[in-house]
Design a protein around this ligand. Structure first.
Ligand code: SIN
Length: 523
């Protein structure tokens, strides 16, 4: 039996595996693809952290709370912004090379939407995630962690209310039960719910679905964040045009070439991501357009600063130095997920979660740009520390006070065999639960999506997991009859203070609102 079974090999999973192996725990990592086939590898912008004056954790805190539109857990945000800088320095010590100024060798800091100043470290220009993944994989290999590629985890094994391992399919198709003292979900997000996404094909919500089937609580699943500027070409995943482009002076233009963000928000093109995605989507719908444009022609040395974006643009026959780049929003990041405390403990003993699969409340209703890599970097080692401290479950504090004791019923085996393909599901979710939603569009999904589907191969299990997450997203989006952050209800356009809480779902019960632990300031 392994001490810690880590599911997933992005920044959260590998940070946890490294910390645990360094502490002498027996660690096994299972990942369903190749080690570096993760959403982390795709991340462009970078890691936000208050590393140099005049920045401070307090400023970073304020920006995070504002972006989260009254729904961030302030304690979680404190953890993120105060421990973030040290974790970034540790990552550099581990071997991650961030970009530095040629003149003085200082770290180069970029600005992105919702940030009041430049605080985002990046690598290889806009290839930050790939560099972090490279460094973490190398460090983990040096520690000789048992890392198994192309192992698909099907479900959690629960005995007497405690998670004790997983059922998994090995690369040769054989079925295995792997027992573990602790299981850590680091399986990432669920962008593949939508027809247009920046997420790789592996982002199918597996950890969220498994946790839900096992009876763990989920929270805030309605808050799927859409990145405003994905390049509107046929490629999938859609190439991302990093927000750092707008930090470096790029501006959004409509179909007539007019800049429009100044009329939407005081920060104009650097408004928080939900504001920008909504502003674009409204124009696309009202004017029946496929895309608007990002004008990055004023950025000097474009190919050197943004090589990934440059390559994607050129592959589409566009030269960012002279051409306007066609853009449209794309599903990008799930702010909700498996409900955890500040140490990654879920509502099920033995089960931990960190990174995009988790919902600690740190992102509220809309994640601040470049806080996602930081989330994995900060919260994954905390789960390991809690395990090393001898904990096996959640502490009854914070938002979990209102959630513990309401564990769901474990899933019954699928009896009704419903068939739905990934593409059909994605089209339906895009039509009904995209940037702009209402009771009618969500109601169509509620009435037509299957409740479960039978599966035996990994590809079928991925669709099954997407269906499970789609159902929970739709249920939460129907229940939250207000607009807030990345959840825009056209039939309830205003925010409602009554909804200042975490919408929690456990299997076998209606979504319920768990109040936030302390009154949340909106700076
Ligand atoms: C970007 O580079 O725009 C993406 C960064 C993020 O998702 O935080």
């Amino acid at each position: 039996m392994t001490d810690l079974l880590v599911l997933g090999s992005g920044i959260a999973g590998l940070s946890a595996a490294i910390r645990a192996a360094e502490a002498g725990l027996d660690v096994t990592v299972l990942t369903k693809g190749a080690l570096a086939n993760t959403a982390t590898s795709y991340a462009q912008g970078g890691v936000a952290a208050a590393l140099a004056e005049p920045d401070s954790p307090a400023l970073h805190r304020t920006d995070t709370l504002v972006a989260g539109v009254g729904l961030c857990d302030p304690d979680a945000v404190d953890v993120l912004v105060e421990q973030g800088p040290e974790r970034v320095l540790e990552l550099m010590a581990l071997g991650a090379n961030f970009d530095r100024a040629a003149i003085d060798g200082e770290l180069e800091l970029a600005r992105e939407g919702g940030h009041s100043l430049a605080r985002v470290v990046h690598a290889g220009g806009d290839a930050t995630g790939a560099e972090i993944e490279r460094a973490l994989v190398a460090a983990m290999r040096e520690l000789e962690v048992d890392a198994r590629e192309r192992w698909f985890t099907v479900d959690l094994v629960v005995e007497g209310g405690t998670v004790v391992g997983v059922e998994a399919i090995a690369p040769d198709g054989s079925a295995h039960r792997i027992r573990a003292r602790h299981v850590l979900l680091a399986t990432g997000g669920a962008g593949q719910l939508f027809a247009v996404t920046t997420n790789p094909p592996v982002s199918t919500g597996d950890g969220i679905a498994m946790a839900y089937r096992a009876g763990a609580a989920l929270a805030d699943v309605e808050f799927m964040q859409f990145h405003p500027t994905a390049l509107d070409v046929a490629a999938m995943p859609r190439p991302l045009l990093s927000e750092a482009l707008r930090g470096d002076g790029a501006i959004l233009r409509d179909e007539h070439g007019a800049a429009f963000m100044a009329e939407e928000h005081p920060l104009a093109d650097l408004a928080p991501r939900d504001v920008v995605a909504r502003a674009i989507t409204r124009r696309l719908v009202e004017r029946n357009l496929a895309h608007l444009f990002l004008d990055a022609t004023t950025i000097d040395d474009f190919a050197a600063r943004f090589p990934t974006v440059d390559g994607a643009a050129r592959a589409a026959g566009l030269d960012p130095a002279v051409d306007l780049l066609p853009i449209a929003p794309a599903a990008h990041y799930l702010s909700g997920g498996v409900c955890t405390d500040l140490d990654g403990a879920t509502t099920l003993p033995g089960l931990w979660a960190c990174g995009e699969v988790a919902c600690s409340g740190v992102h509220g209703a809309n994640r601040l740009a470049s806080n996602s890599l930081l989330d994995g970097l900060v919260f994954a080692p905390r789960a390991v520390e809690a395990i090393l401290d001898g904990r096996d479950g959640p502490l009854e504090r914070g938002v979990l006070r209102g959630v513990l004791g309401r564990s769901g019923t474990a899933a019954a085996p699928v009896t009704a065999v419903a068939a739905i393909g990934r593409a059909t599901l994605q089209r339906a979710m895009t039509a009904g639960a995209g940037v702009l939603r209402d009771a009618s569009s969500l109601g169509v999904l509620d009435a037509t999506l299957p409740h479960d589907v039978a599966a035996s191969t990994p590809a079928e299990h991925e669709v099954r997991n997407l269906v499970t997450v789609a159902r929970t997203l739709v249920a939460a989006a129907l229940a939250r009859t207000e607009s807030r952050g990345t959840h825009t209800r056209l039939d309830h356009p205003e925010s409602d203070p009554a909804f200042r809480g975490r919408l929690v779902q456990v299997r076998g019960a209606e979504p319920f609102l768990a109040p936030l632990p302390v009154p949340v300031e909106t700076p």
